[in-house]
Design a protein around this ligand. Structure first.
Ligand code: AMP
Ligand code: MG
Length: 412
C-alpha cells in the first residue's frame, strides 16, 4: 500500500503530453498550445483613431478653449476601412471615425464632443497633447513578438489574439481518448429491466461525464462479466485507446479478476492499493505504454479516484501545466470522524462565512452513497495521521466544480 502523494507522483512521472494536432481556431478554446505563437504582423496594423472626432495637427490647437475655439478647414471625412486621400496641413482637419487610418500630417484626434462643426469648418474647443486618442500601430502586438507561449490553455481573449495575428489553425495537444470498461456480473445496462441482484452500470455514465469535463473523449465499452477470459479480452481491446479505465474487480473478492487479467496481459503494475478512503483498492499500471487505472467498483470510490488520479493524468496528457484541482482552505464546521492511518476524502459542502470557508460533511460517507458526492462542493482532505477532524481545524478542500465560485447575485 502506498501513500496518496506517492501514487500521484508515480502517475505524473509516467504520463506525458500527447502529440499535437492542428485544429481550426473556432475549436481551439480550452485546448493547450503545442507550439509557440509569434506574430508576423503589427496589431493594430496601422495608426488609427480611438474616437469619433477630428484628426488634427497638435500645433494648431494651442490655446483652444470652449470660449475661444480654434477654427480649422475640413478637408475630408475618413471612414473606418477607407484610406485617407488628403493630408492634414496647418489650419486643416479631417473628420475621422473610430478605427480609421490617421491621415498623413495629423498627430492628434479631438473628440467630437469637444468640437462644433459649421459650414465646412470645425471649431476645436480643447487643447490636446500630441498623440491623444491615437492607437499606434503595433501598440497591442509587435511583429516578431511571442504572442502566446507553448503550454498555454487557450481562453477567448487568446483566440481573439490568434485571429488578429491571422492564425486560422493552431497546433494543440490531442485530447486523450479514454476507454471505460465496467466489470461485474451484477451490472445491467441503463434501459434493461433489473432482475433480482442487478444494478445499473452507473459508473460508465459518471466516468464518461467526468472524462468529458476533463477535456477527454470517453469511449464506453461493453460490460465485462467477472471471468478472467472476458476481462482479459476486454482490456486488450481497451488498450487501443490513450488511457484505459476499468471499474470493479480490483478488491480481494473471489471474483475480482482484474489483477490476474493485468498479469496475463503483461500490464506493468506500478501500484495496487493506496492508503486512502474511499478508493483503497485503486491500481495503476501501463498496458502497452498506455496508462491503465483499475478503479474500484463502488460509485463514489470510482469517481473520487477519477478526480484525484485520472483527472491529473488526463490534464498532463492534454498538455496542461496545472493538472490538479483547485484547493481552498476551510475550517471544519463540526467534528468529522475518520479512519486513522488513511488519508480520507470527505464529501463536504463549502459555506462562505464573511472571511473564511466552513466545510461541513454531506452526511453518509459510505462509498456506495453517490448522493452525498452529488450534494458536495468538494472533497475535504483529512490527513492520514489524524483519527478525527475536530471542529475548527483548518483543512484543504479540493473544489470539484468551478461553478462553486459563481454567484446568484449581481457582483455590483
Ligand atoms: P467491486 O469493486 O467489483 O467489488 O464492486 C464494489 C461495489 O461497487 C459493488 O457493490 C458493485 O455492485 C458496485 N459496482 C461495481 N461496478 C459498478 C458499476 N459499473 N456501476 C455501479 N456500481 C458498481
Ligand atoms: Mg465486482
Amino acid at each position: 500500500m502506498i501513500s496518496v502523494r506517492d501514487a500521484l507522483t508515480t502517475i505524473l512521472e509516467t504520463v506525458s503530453p500527447l502529440a499535437g494536432e492542428r485544429v481550426g481556431l473556432l475549436h481551439a478554446a480550452g485546448r493547450v498550445l503545442a507550439e509557440e505563437i509569434r506574430s508576423e504582423r503589427d496589431v493594430p496594423p496601422f495608426a488609427n483613431s480611438a474616437m469619433d472626432g477630428y484628426a488634427v495637427r497638435c500645433d494648431d490647437l494651442y490655446g483652444a478653449t470652449p470660449d475661444q475655439p480654434i477654427g480649422l478647414t475640413l478637408v475630408e471625412v475618413v471612414q473606418a476601412g477607407r484610406v485617407p486621400t488628403q493630408a492634414v496641413t496647418p489650419g486643416t482637419a479631417s473628420k475621422i471615425m473610430t478605427g480609421a487610418i490617421i491621415p498623413p500630417g495629423a498627430d492628434t484626434v479631438v473628440r467630437i464632443e469637444d468640437t462644433e462643426e459649421e459650414n465646412g469648418r470645425v471649431w476645436i474647443k480643447r487643447q490636446e497633447r500630441a498623440g491623444t486618442h491615437i492607437r499606434m500601430s503595433g501598440e497591442d502586438i509587435r511583429r516578431g513578438q511571442v504572442v502566446l507561449e507553448k503550454g498555454r490553455r487557450l481562453r477567448p481573449a487568446d483566440i481573439g489574439l490568434l485571429a488578429s495575428v491571422g492564425r486560422s489553425f493552431v497546433l494543440v495537444h490531442q485530447r486523450p481518448r479514454v476507454a471505460i470498461l465496467s466489470t461485474g456480473n451484477e451490472l445491467a445496462e441503463i434501459d434493461e429491466t433489473l432482475r433480482p441482484g442487478q444494478i445499473v452500470n452507473s459508473n460508465a455514465y459518471s466516468l464518461a461525464a467526468a472524462v468529458r469535463e476533463a477535456g477527454g473523449e470517453p469511449v464506453v465499452l461493453e460490460i465485462a462479466r467477472d471471468t478472467l477470459e472476458e476481462i482479459r479480452a476486454a482490456l486488450a481491446e481497451a488498450a487501443r485507446h490513450d488511457v484505459i479505465l476499468s471499474t470493479g474487480g480490483v478488491s480481494v473478492g473471489e471474483f475480482d479478476f482484474v489483477k490476474a487479467a493485468m498479469d496475463e496481459l503483461g500490464i506493468r503494475r506500478l501500484f495496487w492499493r493506496v492508503a486512502q478512503r474511499p478508493g483503497k483498492p485503486l491500481t495503476f499500471g501501463l498496458l502497452r505504454e498506455r496508462p491503465y487505472f483499475g478503479l474500484p467498483g463502488n460509485p463514489v470510490s470510482a469517481l473520487v479516484c477519477f478526480y484525484l488520479y485520472v483527472r491529473p493524468a488526463l490534464y498532463r496528457m492534454a498538455g496542461h501545466r496545472k493538472p490538479f484541482l483547485p484547493v481552498v482552505h476551510a475550517r471544519v464546521g463540526a467534528d468529522i470522524p475518520k479512519a486513522k492511518d488513511l488519508t480520507e476524502f470527505v464529501r463536504c459542502r463549502l459555506i462562505w462565512k464573511d472571511d473564511h470557508y466552513e466545510a461541513l460533511s454531506t452526511g453518509n460517507q459510505s462509498s456506495g452513497v453517490l448522493s452525498s458526492l452529488s450534494m458536495g462542493d468538494g472533497l475535504l482532505i483529512g490527513p492520514a495521521e489524524l483519527p478525527l477532524l475536530p471542529q475548527g481545524l483548518i483543512v484543504k478542500v479540493l473544489v470539484l466544480d468551478n461553478e462553486h465560485f459563481a454567484s446568484e447575485r449581481p457582483p455590483c
